[in-house]
Design a protein around this ligand. Structure first.
Ligand SMILES: Nc1ncnc2c1ncn2[C@@H]1O[C@H](COP(=O)(O)OP(=O)(O)OP(=O)(O)O)[C@@H](O)[C@H]1O
Ligand SMILES: [Mg+2]
Length: 406
C-alpha cells in the first residue's frame, strides 16, 4: 500500500459502543465507498474517552480493518465529536463598511462572521462550528451570501456549536496516537443530518436525535439552517444498565436481553411470556417474566423523551418542528421507542436511516451508521468547498450553511 492519495477520504466515529471507520474515494466529484472497519469501543464512558490506551487500540483495530478492505492506508481522517459536553449558542455581530455603499468582499463577510463569534466563552470550551444563519444587509435580513452585493452595514446571525475542550482534545489525541492526522473535527449530529435528513424537513423545522450508547445528541434545523444543537445525557447504555440491575444479570447478558426481548411499552408484551436470564457468578440462570423487562425499560424511555421535550422547550424550538423529530443511532432501534416519543413529544416522528453512497454495503444502512456515513458526505462537501474557494468561486460560506447539496 502506498500513501493515502489525495482522492481518498477517511472518517472515524469513536462512539461509546463501537468505533467505525469508513474510507471513500472521490473521483470527478463523485463519491464512492472503498472500505470500512468496526471495532467494539473500549475506554469510553458516557460518550467521552476515559481510558486513552484502550480507545487507541479500538481505533487502531477499526482502522486496520478499513485499510485492508480499502487496500489503502489511512493517514488522515475527519473525526467526530459528540457527547453531553456539546452545547450550541446563537450569536449576532457585524461590521460597518463606511458611510457610502460599496461592494462586499469575501474578507468583509469573514470579518462579520468573526465579530459574531467573538462572544465570551469559558476557557474550558471551544467552538467546533460557526454556522451562519442569515446575513442582514443595511437592516434587510434573509441574505444567504452577501459577497458581491452593495451595502453599508453587514450583520450576521450565527449558530456556534461548542464542545468541552478536553473531551474534544482527547478524541483528537486518541486518533493521533493511533498514527492518524486529524484533518477536521465535526459535531456528529451535524454530520449525521447530511445522511439522514431531507431538505424539505430542514426547511419546515426538524429535530434530528441521535441516540447512541452513551448520550443522545441533537440538532435542530429551521428554514434550512441550524438553530439549535445540544445533548441529553442518556443513551442506550442506561437502558442496558437498568436491565442489568433489575434482572441481576451481567451487563453483556443485559445488552443481549434488551436487544432480543426488550420493548418500552409494557402492555405490548404478552402476559406469561418467560425469558431465560443468566445469573451473576456461578448461580444457575432463571426464568423471568418478559413483562418485567418492559416495566424496567418503559420508565427509562419516558424519562429520555421527557428530557428531550423539556430541552427543546427550554431552547425555545419546540414550536418550530413542523417536520417533527427524526430518530437515529443504535438506541433508536429499541422496540416501541417511537411510539413513546410520539406520545410524549406530540410531534410527527420517524426513524432515520442513512442514504446510501455508491458501492456502500447494505448492512451499513442502519441507524447506527448514519453518523459515519454523514461524516463522509460532510468531509466530501467541506473538501469541495475548499477547492472551490481555492479556485476563487467562494462557495465556502454557502457550504457553511450546512445545507445538503450546496
Ligand atoms: N435492536 C436494538 N434494540 C435496542 N437497543 C439497541 C439495538 N441495537 C443497538 N442498540 C443500542 O444502541 C446503542 C449503540 O448505538 P450506537 O452504535 O449508535 O452508539 P455509539 O455511536 O457507539 O455511541 P455514542 O454515539 O453515544 O458515542 C447501544 O446502547 C445498544 O444497546
Ligand atoms: Mg454515535
Amino acid at each position: 500500500m502506498g500513501s493515502q492519495t489525495e482522492n481518498l477520504l477517511a472518517v472515524i466515529d469513536v462512539g461509546s459502543a463501537k468505533t467505525c471507520v469508513i474510507v471513500a474515494e472521490v473521483n470527478d466529484y463523485a463519491l464512492r465507498y472503498r472500505g470500512h472497519g468496526i471495532s467494539d469501543s473500549r475506554g469510553m464512558r458516557k460518550g467521552v474517552i476515559a481510558d486513552l490506551d484502550k480507545a487507541v487500540d479500538s481505533i487502531k483495530k477499526a482502522v486496520e480493518e478499513a485499510e485492508n478492505m480499502a487496500q489503502a492506508p489511512v493517514e488522515h481522517a475527519v473525526v467526530g465529536v459528540a457527547g453531553s459536553h456539546i452545547r450550541g449558542v446563537n450569536s449576532h455581530g457585524g461590521i460597518t463598511l463606511g458611510s457610502r455603499s460599496r461592494e462586499i468582499s469575501r474578507d468583509d463577510v469573514r470579518l462579520a462572521v468573526e465579530k459574531a463569534r467573538s462572544i465570551a466563552m469559558p476557557e474550558d470550551r471551544e467552538a467546533l462550528h460557526l454556522l451562519p444563519q442569515e446575513f442582514i444587509l443595511d437592516g434587510q435580513g434573509g441574505v444567504r451570501d452577501p459577497a458581491g452585493l452593495m451595502g453599508r452595514k453587514l450583520e450576521v446571525r450565527v449558530h456556534i456549536v461548542t464542545g468541552g475542550a478536553t473531551a474534544t482534545q482527547n478524541v483528537v489525541s486518541a486518533v493521533n496516537r493511533a498514527g492518524i492526522h486529524v484533518d477536521d473535527t465535526v459535531f456528529e449530529a451535524l454530520a449525521c443530518a447530511d445522511s439522514v435528513l431531507q431538505t424539505d424537513e430542514r426547511e419546515l423545522g426538524v429535530c434530528l436525535v441521535d441516540i447512541g450508547a452513551g448520550s443522545t445528541d441533537l440538532i435542530v434545523y429551521y428554514e434550512g439552517v441550524v438553530i439549535h444543537t445540544g445533548a441529553v445525557p442518556i443513551g442506550g447504555d442506561h437502558f442496558t444498565n437498568d436491565v442489568g440491575v433489575g434482572f441481576r444479570t451481567p451487563i453483556p447478558d443485559a445488552e443481549n436481553i434488551k436487544k432480543m426481548f426488550g420493548c418500552v411499552i409494557v402492555t405490548r408484551i404478552p402476559e406469561g411470556n418467560e425469558i431465560e436470564v443468566p445469573s451473576v457468578g456461578d448461580r444457575p440462570s432463571r426464568l423471568m417474566q418478559q413483562r418485567l423487562l418492559g416495566e424496567i425499560l418503559e420508565p427509562r424511555a419516558r424519562e429520555l423523551m421527557e428530557l428531550l421535550r423539556d430541552h427543546l422547550r427550554q431552547a425555545g424550538v419546540a414550536e418550530l418542528l413542523g417536520a417533527g423529530v427524526v430518530f437515529t443511532g443504535g438506541g433508536s432501534r429499541m422496540n416501541g421507542l417511537l411510539e413513546v416519543a410520539d406520545d410524549v413529544l406530540r410531534r410527527p416522528v420517524r426513524q432515520g436511516y442513512p442514504v446510501p453512497i455508491a458501492k456502500l454495503p447494505s448492512n451499513l444502512l442502519e441507524p447506527e451508521y448514519g453518523t459515519a456515513i454523514g461524516m463522509v458526505l460532510y468531509g466530501h462537501r467541506a473538501r469541495q468547498a475548499r477547492m472551490n474557494l481555492d479556485r476563487g468561486l467562494g462557495a465556502k460560506i454557502k457550504a457553511l450553511f450546512a445545507r445538503q447539496g450546496t
